[in-house]
Design a protein. Sequence first.
Length: 564
Amino acid sequence: MDADLTFSSRRSPVVCLHGCAASSQPLASSVGLDILKRGGNAADAAVAIAAALAVTEPCSTGPGGDAFCLFYNGDTGEIRGLNGSGRSPKAQTLDFLEGRGYTAEAPPPPFDALNITVPGAPACWCDAIQLFGSHKLSLQEVLSGAAELAEVGFPVAEVTAHHWANWVAALRDAGKELGGDLLIDGRAPKCGQVFRNPALARTLKELGERGKPAFYQGRVAQAIVDVINRNGGVVTLDDLSSHDSEVITPISTEYKGVRLWEPPPNSQGLAALLLLNILENFPLKAVGHNSSDYIHVLVEAVRLAVTDALRYLGDPDHVTIPLETLLDKSYSNQRAQRISMDRAMEEVEPGLTTGSDTVYFCVIDSQGNACSFVNSTYMGFGSGLVPKDCGFSLQNRGASFSLRRNHVNCVAGGKRPYHTIIPALLTDTAAKSQKPRLLAALGVMGAFMQPQGHVQVLLNMLEFGMNPQQALDAPRVYVQYDHKTDQWLVNLEEGVDQEVAEELRRRGHKVNWPITGHKRSQFGRGQIITVGDWWNPSVNQADHPSGVLWAGSDPRGDGCAQGY
């Protein structure tokens, strides 16, 4: 029952000196912290958490999904990342789908095997350790905590149990059955019930011993291809064996003395940067947190930023994306001028539909390295297809493709879809000669909520002086496009004033208020770790050591931040 999910407790930010991990599952945060204490760095710990979440939260993430990460090097100040998103099968062209009778108006159903793209997460885990890890621990040691959780079992957490049951029901409603590896006697496990996944333990151990070939060739690869082909999909062994992660240089924008870093396309990090650039043109602090003026401006800016992201964002190997023009401040200034304070805009062009189950987590270590990481199977268990004896389900990220022939995100063989998942980092705006100083690793998961969530929690700290936990606790706004009614919906979480909801309706917004209980999952689940309390306006920063780590974990999830 939704009534059981009340938000009455308060939580202090976690403060520590040596290292910190924040994720949506306490057991996974603990696994990450163990890696730090054993001499691993932020990247090692992040991969350990990614694997542990694959065990404890398989209705959101797993080896059958994709991943992105950004890594801040504490020595050099350099920020690099990995795009761990997989491509569509080479045979999956628009002509092929049209030949099967699918159109832009009637694409394959969301859970169809045709929406399975190559899982990029396992390669991303291996590559993150190789490129960014400490090299003090082997991949096997990094994955051992997760393998043990899978083998011995763990009690399922409350919010996870709710979503596990919901996604199992959604698959059944679509005429699909989730593989037995992820059920107990054909049912989703209940909160507190101990769940074991020996098949996933085996997969993780093999990955630890043999690296990428253990997943993309041999037993696991064959099981993936078999289950997809039996269900009408076209992924081949060659599609799997030819997959690799891509090393990325993040894109960024400056906002009032800080710089927000996001992964470049095909990820939607661009949407967060566009949103921040538009909002820079308004006196947000003066109008007050979650006031009707604040939310009105935020909603209108989201509509503009998301529209641009959907119009221009695709796989950069297949389309040219005018990044420089879009991120130019004069462009956002022009966009901002479309916003009128007393009335919602009539027309803003819409985009795609999407699911929202993802995990975001972050780690900062004692050397000042940070890893911001996101891992997802897309809609809950993704396609719901579980390769035999492998212990994980395969994502349905291909449901993001368009079947419109000239669309930037049109389906094609060997193409990466528009990707909603984005990890973020925040630095100061250092002079060219100096390395940027790390301020925070942060992220909010949840499909199109992600850029909106990034910006809302960031503004909570920058403009309104909230600590990382308060910034995540504060009620959020989620702007979504409803294809059925051709309208933009403004979803307001419980805690936003009723008068604000009514004033927004008066200005022409279609408002859902209040969103309560488990329905709050649409506002995403975030994690933040900051270096120092730069967000605190009442502290003279010159007197305050920046060596203290401050962390928060979203109350909408089961998780926590842990430090030492």
